[in-house]
Structure formats: C-alpha cells, structure tokens
Design a protein around this ligand. Structure first.
Ligand SMILES: [Fe+2]
Ligand SMILES: [Fe+2]
Length: 219
C-alpha cells in the first residue's frame, strides 16, 4: 500500500497541481469558488455513501465516516465564505457558476464510482455485497488521492498566507484510508491487489481530467 501511496503522491505533483493552485490562490474570488468545488466533492462523496451503504453493514465507523465527509463539506464551505470576504455572494450553492470546474469535480467522483463498479462486474457479487465492495474500493482510491492532494493544497495555502488550514481534514482522510485498506483486504482476499491497482489507475485518469478542466476554467 505504501508504494501505491507514493505513486499517487508522485502523480499529484507531476500533474503540476502546486503551480495551478498558486495561480488560483492569487485571486481570492477564484479561490473561493475552488474551495466551494472541493466542498461539493466532499458532499457528493457523502451522498454516494448514503446511497451505497446497506442497513445490515452500516456500523459505528461507517456512520462516523459519513458524518466526517459531510463535516468536510461544511468546513470547506465556511472556508470559501471566509476567503470570499465573509460573504457567500457568488458561491451560494454548488451550481456550476458558483464553483470552479465544479461539474468536472463531481464528474471525478462519478467516474471513479462507475469505473470501480466496472472492475467488480465479473466477480459475481450480488446485492448488497456489490454496493458495499464498490463503496470500499472507490473510497480507497479517493482517499489515496485525498492523502496526496491535501498536503499539496496545504502547502499552497501556507505559501499564500490563507486564513485557514486543511490539516484536520487530512488527518480524518488518513484514518479513512486505513479503514478502507483493512476493509478491502477483508472483502477481496484473493486477487485484491490487481483490482486495487486497476482502481488507482482509473482514478488517476479521472483526477487528470478534473485537473485539466480546472486549468481550462482559468483560460
Ligand atoms: Fe473528505
Ligand atoms: Fe474521507
């Protein structure tokens, strides 16, 4: 798993994310819309969780994971308002015009979700097991990226002297990643590594699409 994490970190810096963030952070109104996009992505992640989790498998850790993702969405929304000069003008909702490449950000999550679903067809899983394994696999891929992305974002926030930090979100994501790593080993005891690698590969394609949409939105 450590090698996979290092690979995701390398891909995140290769994608020129730090430099792109510096450009966005230099303009508070653009930055506020980016934070609102991240908030939307956290919200869509939580909504997917609500839909995927089955009543027979939703436990204490599952509820905490859900609550924390909604919490990330709220904390980022409040950070966006702070950066926007204390007002939510222009970032009221998660609509396209209130976000920066927000549709592409949501597309990232949909792409990972659908891609993981595709990887699991052929394993002959039936419901509710199929949704449950898809939740674990797609969450794992997304948490690996969160673990690579948030530190790059945190550094950019510090360089720009931004009035908030994403350190506490990152520490939640690290715990989620550990939980998903344990869960995937239980769900996919055989051939799990190959499926995880394929999931991370497709996640990387989705991530690159989102980053290039973000870049295009500045032109
Ligand atoms: Fe999160
Ligand atoms: Fe998370």
């Amino acid at each position: 798993m450590e090698t996979l994490l290092q690979e995701a970190r390398r891909q995140t810096s290769d994608a020129g994310v730090g430099a792109l963030l510096d450009r966005i952070l230099a303009e508070p109104r653009l930055h506020a819309r980016l934070i609102n996009s991240l908030s939307r992505m956290e919200y869509v992640g939580a909504r997917k969780m609500v839909k995927a989790r089955h009543i027979d498998s939703l436990d204490n850790a599952g509820m905490q994971h859900l609550l924390e993702e909604v919490g990330h969405a709220l904390r980022l929304k409040r950070a966006a308002i702070k950066v926007n000069g204390g007002s939510d003008e222009g970032i009221e909702t998660y609509a396209t015009e209130h976000t920066l490449a927000g549709d592409a950000g949501e597309g990232y999550l949909q792409g990972v979700d659908r891609g993981c679903e595709g990887l699991l067809t052929g394993l002959g899983l039936s419901e509710p097991k199929r949704s449950e394994v898809n939740y674990v696999l797609s969450s794992l891929a997304i948490e690996v990226r969160a673990e690579a992305f948030y530190p790059v974002y945190e550094e950019a926030l510090q360089r720009a002297g931004a009035p908030f930090s994403v350190r506490s979100i990152l520490s939640d994501e690290l715990r989620h990643l550990e939980e998903m790593t344990t869960a995937i080993a239980e769900h996919l005891p055989e051939g799990g590594e190959a499926i995880i690698e394929a999931a991370l590969k497709l996640e990387d394609q989705c991530f690159r699409r989102w980053i290039s949409a973000l870049r295009d939105s500045l032109d």
